[in-house]
Design a protein around this ligand. Structure first.
Ligand code: PGA
Length: 260
C-alpha cells in the first residue's frame, strides 16, 4: 500500500486525476472502476477540466460503477445513475454504451449481479478502481462482516451508513436499506486501486485499514493483500496513522522512475 498524504483534498484529487489520465494515455481502452459519494467529486471535476483542455480522451474507455441503491426511480436525484450523469458522464466523451452501473430496479437481482460480473470479465477486467471508504470501513457498499471473497450482490446497509448518506436525501426515512454492490472479491481483481479519503471523519477507518489487522470487520483492510493500492489522503484523514512520518518520508524519497 502506498500512502500519499496530500496538503488537501484538491491536491489529492489532482494527483488521482493525473494518474487516471496517464493510464488513458498509455491504454486508451482502459476499463475504469468508478465510485460515487462526496469523495470523488473533486476528482471528477478535474477529469472534466482535463477533458475540456484536450488532455484526456475517454472515447475508447469504459467504466463500471461500484454500487447503486435498490428501488430508486430512474432520475432520482440520489441515485448513482443520476450522480454519474451529472458529475461526470454528460461532460466527457465516454460512449454511453460503455458506462455500466448496477440496475437498482432489476427484477431479478441475483441474475443481474451475475450479468454485471460477466460484463466486467468480458470487458477484460478493471484496470483502475477508484474507491472511497465509509466511516465504518466499507468499500463499495460492502459493510463490516461482508465476506472478503464476496461478488456483486445485494447488501443491507448499516444504520450508520444510511445516516452518513442521509444528506443526499430529503430525510433519513428516504434512504434505501438495500443496495447492489460489487463484492470485495470483485474489487480485489482490479489491476490497480486508488482509494481517496478526506476529513477527520475518515481518520479512524483509514488507520484501521492501513495499520490494523486484516478483518471482515474493516472490509477496506483487505486492500493490504492487494499489490497495487494507492491511498490518497488529506492531513485530517491521515491524522490517526501511527506511521504518518514514515509515509511522508517514503513519498519524499520515491525514486523518480516510480512516479506515475
Ligand atoms: P463519501 O462516501 O465519499 O460520501 O464520504 C464514501 C463511501 O461510503 O464509500
Amino acid at each position: 500500500m502506498e500512502i500519499i498524504i496530500c496538503p488537501d483534498a484538491a491536491a489529492a484529487s489532482l494527483s488521482t486525476a493525473d494518474q487516471l489520465a496517464s493510464l488513458l494515455h498509455t491504454k486508451p481502452g482502459a476499463v475504469l472502476g468508478l465510485a460515487t459519494g462526496g469523495t470523488p467529486l473533486a476528482l471528477y471535476a478535474e477529469l472534466i477540466s482535463k477533458f475540456q483542455k484536450h488532455q484526456v480522451d475517454f472515447s475508447q474507455a469504459s467504466s463500471f460503477n461500484l454500487d447503486e441503491y435498490i428501488g430508486l426511480e430512474p432520475g432520482h436525484p440520489a441515485s448513482y445513475q443520476h450522480f454519474m450523469e451529472e458529475n461526470l458522464f454528460r461532460h466527457i466523451n465516454m460512449p454511453v454504451g460503455n458506462t455500466h452501473i448496477p440496475d437498482g430496479l432489476a427484477a431479478d437481482v441475483p441474475a443481474h449481479c451475475e450479468a454485471y460480473e460477466l460484463a466486467i470479465r468480458n470487458a477484460g477486467g478493471i484496470d483502475l478502481q477508484i474507491l472511497g471508504i465509509g466511516t465504518d470501513g466499507h468499500i463499495g457498499f460492502n459493510e463490516p462482516t461482508s465476506s472478503l471473497a464476496s461478488r456483486t450482490r445485494i447488501k443491507t446497509l448499516t444504520e450508520r451508513t444510511r445516516s452518513d448518506n442521509a444528506r443526499f436525501f430529503s430525510s433519513m426515512d428516504d434512504v434505501p436499506h438495500h443496495v447492489i454492490t460489487m463484492g470485495i472479491g470483485t474489487i480485489m481483481e482490479s489491476r490497480a486501486i486508488s482509494l481517496l479519503a478526506f476529513g477527520e471523519s475518515k481518520a479512524s477507518a483509514i488507520a484501521n485499514m492501513v495499520e490494523g489487522a486484516v478483518t471482515a470487520s474493516v472490509p477496506a483492510s483487505i486492500l493490504q493483500m492487494h499489490p497495487t493500492v494507492r491511498v490518497f489522503l488529506d492531513e485530517a484523514a491521515a491524522s490517526k496513522l501511527e506511521r504518518r512520518d514514515y509515509y511522508h518520508h517514503v513519498f519524499a524519497q520515491k525514486p523518480h522512475w516510480q512516479k506515475w
